[in-house]
Design a protein around this ligand. Structure first.
Ligand code: PBG
Length: 334
């Protein structure tokens, strides 16, 4: 068997020479996340309490509208470009159809208005999906058998995106994985004169165990009937992620997203390389909780884990990261 013999490499070449001191490590570092890469994920609620801690996400609170506006100001101070809002809706406002999602005076539109009034220079992205609003916790409407119906759901999402745009959202971000929703939302926004509102498509979103803490945060953990496998992707698939992304870009997505983050870096790499579209990655609630829980035990250093994961996302080709760590990450990276 032929063997490749690399002659003359070692000892004349010693890769460790470039690692011997901080200054040279900094000099040769290839990837460097900055606050510009961050989108700050925020959970909001419509009660009077300023902050309600989320048990499964230590350090994350549900914010009321005033606190959310303050977070926007904080984002501006820290150089964080944008915020992504996720609502916790009161149980008495939820129904089978998720009708509260279309309320122009609901929590999300009010948060958008408060944020844009407080810090208009900070981008506001809104989740488009019905799960926080439905009594059953699914992202769409159900038929008699409990199946999430596609086209009727898309019609509801168009309404939801429109009220977000009217309230001043800069980005609408469908996270529901219905077929055809990007094109439908784009057409409707354009017809209504919102041609500058961007669409961030959750293009490759997998049915993941790592969403657990989020469902606790937005109050769908106890109500969710079944799982989301008939619309979110199977975690065994890569080609499907590429087809999904191609369709969403074709339908008019301005930015695309891969979700979850760290366990799916291979997908981030493929999507960012094959399409060349701005590719965001979501460091989701379960990833956040893992780091927090281990750090609380003293099993790892939280700050170092934050920087390392941000670097990993960038190295894989992400243009930005949605993360609940954004405030701390911006302090560390700024
Ligand atoms: C659903 C939605 C989910 C997240 C944001 N919007 C996941 C889900 O329940 O399927 C997850 C965010 C996270 O885990 O941090 N529309």
């Amino acid at each position: 068997m032929a063997r490749t013999i690399i002659t003359g490499a070692f000892p004349s070449t010693r890769p460790r020479r470039l690692r011997q001191a901080d200054w040279v490590r900094r000099l040769v570092r290839e990837t460097r996340p900055t606050p510009d890469d961050l989108v700050w994920g925020l959970i909001v609620h419509d009660g009077p309490e300023k902050r309600i801690p989320v048990r499964s996400m230590p350090g994350v609170d549900r914010l009321n509208i005033d606190e959310a506006a303050r977070a926007a100001v904080r984002a501006r101070e820290l150089g964080i470009p944008a915020l992504a809002i996720f609502p916790h809706i009161r149980a008495d406002l939820k129904d089978e159809a998720g009708s509260e999602a279309a309320n122009p005076d609901g929590l999300v539109p009010n948060v958008i208005r408060a944020m844009k009034a407080a810090a208009p220079e900070v981008g506001v992205a809104c989740d488009v999906a019905l799960d926080p609003f439905t009594s059953h916790g699914h992202d769409g409407r159900l038929d008699e058998t409990g199946y999430v119906v596609n086209d009727e759901t898309v019609a509801a999402l168009m309404e939801q995106a429109l009220i977000q745009a009217r309230a001043g959202a800069d980005i609408v971000a469908p996270s529901d994985m219905m077929d055809g929703r990007i094109g439908a939302i784009r057409d409707q926004l354009d017809e209504e004169g919102f041609d500058r509102v961007m669409i961030l498509s959750y293009a490759a979103k997998y049915a993941s165990a790592f969403y657990g803490p989020y469902r606790d945060a937005v109050g769908t953990a106890s109500t969710l009937r079944g799982d989301k496998k008939t619309y979110q992707m199977d975690f065994g698939n890569t080609q499907e992620a590429l087809r999904e992304t191609a369709m969403d870009i074709e339908e008019g997505a301005d930015l695309v997203m891969v979700k979850p983050g760290l366990p799916y870096l291979d997908i981030v790499r493929r999507v960012s390389e094959e399409f060349g579209a701005p590719t965001l990655v979501f460091q989701i609630s379960g990833e956040y909780a893992q780091i927090k829980a281990a750090a609380a035990q003293g099993w790892l250093d939280e700050d170092r884990a934050i920087i390392e994961t941000m670097s990993a996302f960038k190295r894989a080709g992400a243009s930005g990261v949605i993360t609940y760590f954004a405030e701390r990450a911006a302090q560390l990276l700024g």
